[in-house]
Design a protein around this ligand. Structure first.
Ligand code: FES
Ligand code: FES
Length: 162
């Protein structure tokens, strides 16, 4: 099939797609967007989290055919923030808080945290933990990740009152 969808604000067309292959495979191997990671390929780890029509999903569980005509935003697509480096505040906070070690879980966590802060700009710790419960990290012990989300929330709130 020919898959046509919008990815990170751009209309994309890809030919010879098998409808049952994963959206994650399409993004990484057919569209050269390797930000979303393939860690478990069975919906367990959250490393492949992307937005599909504005909702976070595990791209490894979405069949390519299901993405036809829809809007996909990957971790690469978030990097349009106003900061000097162009990173989204959530991305910047993960770097600044030291929440990245091997980085395999980071793209999915960034998208999940981005979604949380859109819905709930000042989340309490239990809310952060619940929002990120589907994203597994084998390296950081999660405290730095919590720090990153708190830092991003603080910075977004500070920027809003300027
Ligand atoms: S790679 Fe998709 S949930 Fe782990
Ligand atoms: S930083 Fe390595 S899995 Fe999270």
């Amino acid at each position: 099939m020919r898959l046509t969808c919008t990815v990170n604000g751009r209309r994309r067309e890809v030919d010879d797609v098998w409808p049952g292959e994963s959206l994650l495979f399409v993004l990484r191997d057919r569209m050269s967007l390797p930000g979303s990671k393939n860690a478990c390929e069975q919906g367990e780890c959250g490393s492949c989290t992307v937005y599909l029509d504005g909702l976070p999903v595990c791209a490894c569980l979405v069949a390519a055919g299901q993405a036809e005509g829809r809007d996909v935003v990957t971790v690469e697509g978030l990097a349009t923030g106003d900061g000097p480096d162009g990173l989204d505040p959530v991305q910047r906070a993960f770097v600044d808080a030291g929440a990245v070690q091997c980085g395999f879980c980071t793209p999915g966590l960034v998208v999940a945290a981005h979604d949380l802060l859109r819905r709930s700009p000042r989340p309490a710790d239990p809310e952060i933990r619940e929002a990120l419960a589907g994203n597994l990290c084998r390296c950081t012990g999660y405290e730095k990740i919590m720090d990153a989300v708190r830092l991003a929330a603080d910075r977004i709130a500070a920027a809003a009152v300027r």
